[in-house]
Design a protein around this ligand. Structure first.
Ligand SMILES: [Zn+2]
Length: 70
C-alpha cells in the first residue's frame, strides 16, 4: 500500500502480550490491544527515512534497534 511521503508511520506495541503492528495512518491507530484487550500500548513514530529491527527475547524483553535507511 503506498503511503504519503513525509508521513511518519506509527509502531504500536502492547506491553502486556507484545502484540505489535505498524500503522501508516495515525487516525486508524487502536487504543486497546486487539489481542489481550489491555490498554497498555506504547507507540513509536517511525520517520520515513528510518528503519528498525524489532526483536523480542524472553531474557532481554523487547528490543528496538533504530537505524537510518540508506
Ligand atoms: Zn496485548
Amino acid at each position: 500500500m503506498p503511503k504519503p511521503a513525509g508521513t511518519p508511520s506509527i509502531f504500536m506495541l502492547c506491553e502486556t502480550c507484545y502484540w505489535c503492528a505498524t500503522y501508516f495512518d495515525k487516525t486508524k491507530v487502536v487504543e486497546k490491544c486487539p489481542k489481550c484487550l489491555a490498554g497498555m500500548l506504547s507507540s513509536f513514530p517511525i520517520m520515513p527515512d528510518e528503519a528498525f529491527i524489532f526483536s523480542c527475547d524472553a531474557k532481554r524483553g523487547v528490543e528496538l534497534d533504530f537505524t537510518r535507511r540508506k
